[in-house]
Write a protein that binds this ligand. Structure first.
Ligand code: TYD
Ligand code: MG
Length: 462
């Protein structure tokens, strides 16, 4: 067998080098290269860094041929419902056999709890092994007891060496393998410390290969770094089938599970949970919890209907606009895109006649959730103007709609569904893009106002 060689891999972009260097030429990042062992491929003679490449190519050694897709039998993935509805929704309708799912989140957010609960509800239907590199077996057992889970189907292993883990599970043949966390796992092949990019990457590559070869579903827990990425950031996201983030505000008992990438389902799908002393409970109707409870309308607050994933959700957008003492006023967006906010403020000035160039503007989505769709444009601007004038929006009003650069209000998908959600929660008035107007001007008690231009929308919200 050929000798293993060493390569250096950039943790940010994955570029490979023969020698260590301070800066990655490909992406320009400093100090991101780390050591990585190149496994010589036994048959083809080509070496491959990162086993995920050959992992996906399959084990076949025949020459591949060009095929018309009509002659290829489509693979249908087989799925198992985990029994936790909100988790199944985010996974795209259950756990897919042989899939690799990365679950990221801040320490203490509830990742271990969620996965242990999942193993419990899967029970004997899909036997699993929980590999812990952070806690002792006794701690896992006491957590399972506290959560009131049935103990018989739960199997755990306290081990961090990937070779030993794989050897163990070759014998016990679980259908689900949970690795808590990938940052604690290391391989004998590398001298780098556990948690370093190269260790995380090589261990994850081995686990991915194991999943694809045996059809075992592998769930990896990944702690999020200070910069907000999972250690070995880009590299891990490429290797796995799905990346889910578990998020929530410290101090709030609500937790949101979000699909960031999913080969088997919609991205941006949200699952909502509430923490309790008996573990995570599902919140099947989350709209109510994302509205902060104001007794009376307050300036700077606008309610929107977002549709992240496959269901509509009412969320509150808050803005604080204040005289700036800086030459370059601040624009801060939490839960929204920063650059879009700058653009929207320019549109508000040009087409709405509302100037904020000498004001600091802070915008926040309540509940720690993130809204990525453009339907937030109109509610953001309504909240900004409301704060600037220190005058609340009319009571029981919702809004959504994309705002274009020429001040036009553009339609968003699934307008009617959003309106029904607003009506369902007792709202009286909706300001929406004209193209989203349903045939009837009313849904229940909800009066619907269609607008074409930003100026019209501002008038409608006066
Ligand atoms: P844990 O699942 O260990 O978080 P992570 O694996 O993401 O670091 O949860 C952190 C702590 O919160 C732990 O002490 C248990 C507690 N907890 C509850 O009491 N109830 C809950 O519903 C959850 C999710 C956690
Ligand atoms: Mg944990």
């Amino acid at each position: 067998m050929a000798k293993a060689k060493t390569a250096y891999v950039c943790g940010d972009c994955g570029a490979e080098y023969n020698k260590w260097q301070g800066q990655c030429v490909a992406c320009g990042a400093w100090n991101t290269l780390s050591e990585f062992v190149v496994q010589p491929a036994s048959s083809s003679g080509k070496s491959s860094v990162g086993a995920h490449r050959d992992g996906y190519a399959g084990a076949s050694k025949e020459t591949a041929k060009v095929m018309p897709l009509t002659e290829v039998a489509a693979e249908t993935e087989s799925r198992t419902l985990t029994g936790i509805g909100e988790l199944d929704r985010v996974l795209g309708g259950g756990l897919v056999d042989g899939s690799v799912v990365l679950i990221g989140g801040d320490p203490g957010i509830g990742k271990s709890t969620l996965l242990l609960q999942m193993l419990g509800t899967l029970g004997a239907k899909l036997p699993g092994v929980y590999v812990t590199g952070e806690e002792s077996l006794g701690q896992v057992a006491s957590r399972a007891q506290r959560l009131g889970l049935p103990l018989e189907p739960l199997h755990a292993l306290a081990e961090t060496g990937i070779e030993r883990i794989l050897e163990q599970v070759q014998h016990s043949k679980p259908r689900v393998l949970i690795i808590d966390s990938i940052q604690t796992i290391w391989t004998d092949l590398l001298t780098a410390a556990p948690g370093s990019v190269s260790q995380v990457r090589e261990s994850a590559a081995k686990l991915t290969r194991f999943a694809k070869q045996t059809g075992t579903s592998v769930l990896l827990v990944g702690h999020v770094t200070k910069e907000g990425g999972i250690a070995g950031p880009r590299v891990l996201e490429h290797m796995v089938d799905a990346v889910l983030y578990f998020e929530g505000e410290s101090g709030s008992r609500f937790r949101v599970l979000r699909a960031f990438k999913n080969r088997f389902g919609a991205v941006n799908e949200l699952g909502v949970f509430a923490m309790s002393d008996k573990g995570l409970r599902e919140v099947p109707n989350p709209s109510a919890i994302f509205l902060s409870a104001h007794a009376s309308p307050t300036p700077g607050s606008a309610i929107m209907v977002t549709r992240e994933g496959t269901r509509p959700l009412l969320v509150e957008v808050q803005a604080l606009v204040d005289q700036s003492s800086l030459g370059n006023p601040r624009r801060v967006a939490l839960g929204l895109e920063q650059n879009r906010l700058a653009m929207l403020l320019a549109v508000l000035h040009r087409h709405g006649g509302v100037a904020a160039y000498d004001q600091d503007v802070f915008v926040n989505v309540v509940g720690g959730i993130r809204v990525q769709e453009t339907a937030a444009d109109l509610p953001v601007l309504l909240a900004v103007r409301s704060s600037l004038r220190d005058r609340p929006l009319p009571d029981k009003t919702v809004a959504f709609g994309e705002v274009g650069l020429s001040g036009e209000i553009r339609p968003v998908p699934n307008g009617e569904e959003r309106l029904k959600e607003a009506a369902h929660h007792g709202f009286r008035r909706a300001i929406v893009p004209k193209a989203n107007l349903p045939k009837k001007k009313r849904i229940g008690d909800l009066e619907i106002v269609g607008v074409e231009r930003l100026a019209e929308a501002l008038d409608a919200a006066d």
